[in-house]
Every structure is written in C-alpha cells, then in structure tokens.
Design a protein around this ligand. Structure first.
Ligand SMILES: [Zn+2]
Length: 419
C-alpha cells in the first residue's frame, strides 16, 4: 500500500469566503502551538460556496500557500474540496489534497436486490457483539440490522467508493486525505450504523481518515447547538468507541477520527467533546467555516467606514432572505419577526451592530436570527465586488484581530486545549 499523507490528532477546517483571512486564521493555530498543541489547518470551501461567490478552488490553494509562507508555518496543511460528489469533483482535483465525499443525498436510494444480497453476505462476518469502555452497554448487531443498513446506506457507500477510486486514479493513492460525510442528512446516523458504514468503506478499500456522521440535534449555521446535550454526549463517545473498534477490526488508517461539521460555533458542545477526546485519547476534525465570515463582518462593523458596508449587506440580505435561505434550507432557522428592520439598523453605531452580531451569548443584545441571516448573506457581499474587497482591505487590522481571537479563544481553547 502506498504511504499516506496524514492529518494528525487535531485538525480544523477553516473556511474563508473571500480568501483574505488565511494569515489571521493561521495565527490562531500558531498560538495553540505556543502551548504545545498541534492543530493542523485545513482550508475548506464547498462547491456551493465557490458557486455562490464565483471563485475557483485555485484561489483557496493560493491563499493557503501564501498564508503558510508568510507566517512561517512548518507543519502540514491542506485544502479541502468540501462536500463534493462525482459531478462536482473535477474542478477541485488540482487545487485540493483533502476531499470530503458527501453521500447524504444518496441515503435511502435502492440498489439492485442482487447487489444488496452480495453486500449482506460479504459483510455478515462483522456482526455480533461490540464492547468498548465508551459504550454504556454492548452494541449487538444482527443480520436484520445489516439488511436495514444496506437499504439505507449501500447506494451512498458505493458512490463514495466510486469517487474514492476516481481520486485514486487522478491523484495517486495516499496523496490526499479522504473524508466521507453524511452530516447534511435529515436523520442522525446511529453508532451501530456508523460501525457498518466504516465496515463497508473498509470492505471496498476506501482508506477513510475522517468521517462526518449526522449527529443528533440541530447544527444550524452560526449559532449554538440546538438539541439534547446529553444525548449528543452519549452518541459522540459511542462513535469514538465504534471508530476504535473499526480501526482495529478492519485495518482502517490508525488516525481515523470523527469530523464535526459544526456549522460554526457549537460552544455548548466543546467542553463535552474535549472531555471525551481526552478520556479516550481520540482525535477530531472540526469544520467551522462560516465563523470567519461573520468575524469579517463584525470587524467591518467595528470600523467607522466599514460599518456602512456592513449595514448595506444587512439591508439587502433582509430584502432577499428567501433567496439566500434556499441553499441552506436544512441548516438555518430564522425567526423573521425577531430581525431588526433595516431602517432601524441604519441608525446603529458600531457597538450596536457588533453586539447584535458577535457570538457572545452573555450579551443580551446578541441576536441569533440577525446572526443567521448575516451568515448566509455572503452572496450579497460577493455581488458588491470591489466595493466589498476594498472595505475589507481598509479595515484589515480590526478584522484580523477579530478573526484570530475568535478562532483561538472561542474554538481552539475550549475544544482542543480544554480552557
Ligand atoms: Zn458539512
């Protein structure tokens, strides 16, 4: 088997809509390194984001390379083709070395009875009882569980295999990180399903390094977790156990770990995740793309000239909310009655705007509906073109301070370092 590029124990997906914050983002990882904690940066940008903004993956690659050079980063770093499938993978091939194979859309699609039977026969040896310190009780899997699993996931599994084989042919085995995701599915993926999912990937030769299940609860864009924190905790540690077993039993890469597509800022989950990682000596990949865009707008709003642009983005987004929500239907939940009218926002000063937007849950002025709307309004900023980019450049210092501090203090410290 070809040697494989590796991601390490801790890694973080940092999206950057307009490709200007790479250095500010990387500085947060340098701060972690000063404390002796390696967090590997992965610049992720989905096909959806590239399409909305009108950028190509090469721009993300250039940003990452430049940031790494300018900041003197010596550890590995990656550029992630986030949420791709066979139809969209091609434009990412040369710029990326991390691929997130998204098979959520294929859940529940049928395969032929013959294929299904073959899969069930071939995988029947993985059934039985599973035991791990992270489980509250043993997990037992029957042939019936495998049949139900095949009906739900086999189509998607085979699709992941197809994309993986395509990548292997184009990039060469071992030259890229492979993630398989179902995080945008409508139903949570249970730990037994995750186990069978990994068994299936291993069976077909996919050397998966990170896996993103759909966790229980809602992961809405830009706001904290909505759901039962205890249920999440239980599920997360069971998933860690399942991964341990799958690595040992199926010979999957030793660094295989969970990937949490956070949708940004799941602060109430961070202490729980940290505790489980520590207890079970597990790694994690955290994707948190939109948080940097929100800090960009926060930084603009904190700047006297930039405030005008921030207000302009909001007032246009307010008028176009239905259109902006469309690509994010399952991952935003905006109560429009709670959105301030643009005519009110016009009179806001920097502090009013920053207080409403900044994710400080102790601040009574923070408005999570306002935050979610701004989260999905980068299309408006993209359409402003040079006007927006010029404003970003003019408020560089303020914005970069917001970007670095946000990633370091609100994400890296609580999740990876436990502070
Ligand atoms: Zn995702």
């Amino acid at each position: 088997m070809a040697p494989q590029v590796t991601l390490g124990l801790f890694s973080m997906g940092i999206g950057d809509r307009f490709c200007l914050e790479g250095r500010a983002q990387l500085r947060s990882m340098k701060k972690a390194l000063e404390l002796g904690v390696e967090v590997i940066p992965v610049w992720n940008k989905s096909n959806r984001e590239h399409t909305i903004i009108g950028t190509e993956p090469a721009s993300t690659r250039a940003e990452a390379d430049e940031a790494v050079k300018a900041e003197g980063w010596k550890l590995p770093y990656f550029v992630d083709a986030d949420h791709i499938n066979l139809k969209t993978v091609d434009r990412f091939l040369s710029a990326c070395d991390f691929f997130t194979l998204d098979v959520a859309d294929y859940i529940g699609k049928p395969v032929s009875a013959e294929k299904e039977k073959q899969f069930i026969d071939e995988l029947s040896h993985v059934l039985g009882s599973l035991r791990h310190p992270a489980f509250e009780s043993d997990i037992t899997l029957s042939r019936n569980d495998l049949e139900l699993f095949a009906r739900k996931y086999l189509f998607g599994l085979l699709e992941a295999v197809n994309i993986y084989n395509y990548l292997k042919e184009k990039k060469g085995e071992g030259n890229f990180i492979t993630e398989v995701s179902v995080d945008e599915a409508t139903q949570p993926q249970t730990p037994p399903e995750l186990y069978l999912f990994l068994a299936g990937l291993a069976h077909y030769g996919v050397r998966v390094q990170t896996v993103a299940p759909k966790f229980t609860g809602e992961f809405l864009k830009g706001i904290d977790y909505v759901g039962n924190v205890n249920a999440f905790s239980h599920e997360f540690k069971s998933d860690i156990g399942v991964i341990d077993i799958a690595k040992e039993k199926f010979g999957l890469p030793a660094e295989l770990k969970l990937s949490v597509h956070s949708g940004s800022d799941k602060f109430s989950l961070y202490p729980i995740i940290h505790q489980h990682l520590k207890t079970y000596n597990a790694g994690v990949h955290l994707k948190t793309a939109g948080t940097t865009w929100l800090e960009e707008v926060t930084g603009l709003a904190a700047d006297a000239k930039g405030l005008k642009i921030a207000k302009k983005i909001y007032s246009q987004a307010y008028e176009r909310i239905e259109e902006l929500k469309k690509p994010y239907e399952t991952v935003v939940s905006i109560n429009t009655a709670n959105l301030p009218l643009p005519s009110v926002v016009t009179s806001w000063n920097s502090d009013d705007f920053v207080s409403a937007l900044k994710h400080d849950q102790k601040n009574p002025k923070m408005n999570k509906d306002f935050r979610q709307l701004v989260h999905i309004s980068f299309r408006v900023a993209a359409e402003m073109g040079e006007e927006y980019i010029t404003a970003l450049k003019a408020a560089r210092q303020t914005i970069e301070a917001h970007v670095t501090d946000n990633l370091y203090e609100r994400h890296i410290l609580p999740l990876f370092i436990g502070k």
